[in-house]
Design a protein around this ligand. Sequence first.
Ligand SMILES: [Zn+2]
Length: 246
Amino acid sequence: MNVQLATERRPKPARTRSAGPRRGGRAAPSPRGGTTAAPTRTCAGCGQRAAQHEVLRWVHAGEGGASPGASSLPPVTIDLKGGARGRGAWVHPRIECLDKAARHGFSRSFRIRVDVSTEQLLEQIRAAAERRLAGLIHAARASRALIFGRDSVREKSAVASLVLLAADSPSLSNAPFVTELGARGRLVIWGTKERYGTWMGRGDVAILAIMEHGLATRIAQTLALLNLAPQTVSGCGAADIVSEVR
Ligand SMILES: [Zn+2]
């Protein structure tokens, strides 16, 4: 099978939001001349095609402005938001795909030898996911879609989209309302009371709830990314909950 690996010829123009009516049904021309209804990308690890939101974009550092060999920066950098300059390659957020991409997938995609380790890729995913998570938590708080503290969360637990319980709160994990949230697939045990406290600008915070579905889904997806890098994960369940929140 002749696997065509995903590389972009040039950065895509920034998407502009128009106030006017959308032209329905018009598919964008693909780089190969056909038309595609939804953007798909080929994973540089396993070679399978995937919807664009299912794969992570990586940019070759040599093309993004950094001069190659000038620093100890990794040769590929994650582009979690999308739209970073430079030629991109796409990889599933899975250890096996990252492994294959690190070994030979990136080199094939970028048509240049890329020396990067799976650990370096995981480290970048972790750092980017941490930043995104903090941003989403702040967005949730700013839009009043976040409540925290045992009593507040218990009161609203029936309508919470996602509840985060600090992994160092073992006593709370046995509370009936928490058990019930777990049974409904709305609970993630992750992080520490200190971290939640920092997010909330308080002392220790053991539990918080996201009350808005879209934000909850993005937070669960981000936690699943953090689950890829085992050394940062305290607790479990983030990966399991993604399908529940969707
Ligand atoms: Zn893959």
